[in-house]
Design a protein around this ligand. Structure first.
Ligand SMILES: [Zn+2]
Ligand SMILES: [Zn+2]
Length: 367
């Protein structure tokens, strides 16, 4: 079928809308009409050629939400008309997948960043030429995409689809980091560095978990104000000096947990220095540039540094749970969203780059 998709081409400043061809679903795949797709820093990175080396030209997008239109052979759990949120691709068979930790699938890199199905084919083409896709198993910057049955998460139809895409990456990463990875419990304290979509989702989840102290750190006052509304008990403007010292000042001895959502090496240092004894510093992206942790304080305090992908969540369980929290008013992640028509993907990318929008969401269809 012919569809409109945003194609990332080498050297172009932003993805461009083009008419492309999409194959019908193969066995185990479903065709999804995308209602809306969130924009994430990983899309910006892949477009700019940073990171895992996704080939071009490619259709990016990995926070898609939409309606199942058609199912391939053997698909048993979804039918046309189902509302779905798309998550990343995983094999379902490796030791991580068997433990319900698909973010650490042994095939994570080729499946999500390789641009092709695992058999080397692409579902997308343009004027007969191969287009790369399969980005996080979806490539949802498009009117339609194909997704594997196991990574399309069926959600209840009483919540508007246009807001649900970010549950597939940004929101589940932040909320899952708190609930599943760090397992923040009532009375624990947490510092969140960087109040973008991931950081603010972590703040909301920490409130849900009953954390006694939720300290948000950023350099944008408006974001710190929003963090307060969403559950932060304290906020720190990192421009005012050492955030780790300020956190120690607030808590007396440091926090049980920190979550770093930034790339800055000096923030990695702060996120370790703010920990109390036996504290854990979670991080969701690698430092940009050289960074070496100070090993002695980690040893002497029994402190840990923990990498976290996808909030350690099993999307088929976590996403419906997050939808329930939203419906109950306990996880108002819609407050992070700014909508853009699909055609304005350039503005969405620019606003995310410059921090003017926390979570841009592209709307493919008016609802
Ligand atoms: Zn993402
Ligand atoms: Zn796997």
């Amino acid at each position: 079928m012919r569809i409109e998709a945003a194609v990332s081409r080498a050297g172009a400043p932003y993805p461009e809308i083009a008419v492309v061809d999409l194959e019908p679903p193969r066995a185990g795949e479903v065709l999804v009409r995308i209602v809306a797709s969130g924009v994430c820093h990983t899309d910006l990175g892949a477009h700019a050629g940073r990171g895992a080396g996704t080939p071009k030209p490619v259709v990016l997008g990995h926070e898609g939400a939409g309606v199942v239109e058609q199912v391939g052979e053997g698909v048993a759990s979804l039918i046309p008309g189902d509302h779905v949120v798309l998550s990343g691709s995983s094999c379902g068979r490796c030791p991580s997948c068997r433990r319900s930790l698909p973010s650490y699938c042994h095939e994570m890199l080729p499946r999500n960043f390789g641009g092709l199905r695992m058999d080397g084919t692409s579902a997308l083409s343009e004027n007969g030429e191969r287009l790369y896709g399969q980005f996080f198993g979806q490539s949802s910057f498009a009117e339609y995409c194909l997704a594997a049955e196991r990574t399309a998460v069926k959600v209840s139809q009483d919540v508007p689809l246009r807001i649900l895409g970010p549950l597939g990456c940004g929101v589940v990463t932040g909320a899952g980091a708190v609930l599943y990875s760090l397992q923040v419990r009532p009375g624990d304290s947490l510092a969140v560095f960087g109040t973008g979509g991931v950081g603010l989702s972590a703040v909301m989840a920490a409130r849900l978990a009953g954390a006694s102290r939720i300290i948000a750190v950023d350099v944008i006052p408006a974001r710190l104000a929003l963090a307060r509304e969403l559950g932060a008990t304290d906020t720190i403007d990192a421009r005012a000096g050492s955030a780790a010292e300020a956190i120690r000042g607030l808590t007396g001895h440091g926090v049980n947990f920190s979550l770093n959502t930034t790339l800055a090496p000096e923030v990695f240092t702060q996120a370790l220095e703010c920990l109390t004894m036996r504290g854990v510093a979670g991080f969701v992206t690698a430092p940009r540039g050289e960074w070496k942790p100070a090993m002695f304080p980690m040893l002497a305090g029994g402190r840990r540094l923990q990498g976290i992908l996808g909030g350690d969540a099993a999307p088929q369980l976590a996403i419906p749970m997050l939808v329930d929290y939203y419906r109950q008013g306990r996880l108002p992640f819609d407050r992070l969203i700014r909508f853009y028509p699909f055609k304005r993907i350039d503005a969405a990318f620019r606003d995310m780059e410059h921090g003017a929008a926390i979570k841009p969401v592209l709307e493919m269809t008016a609802t």
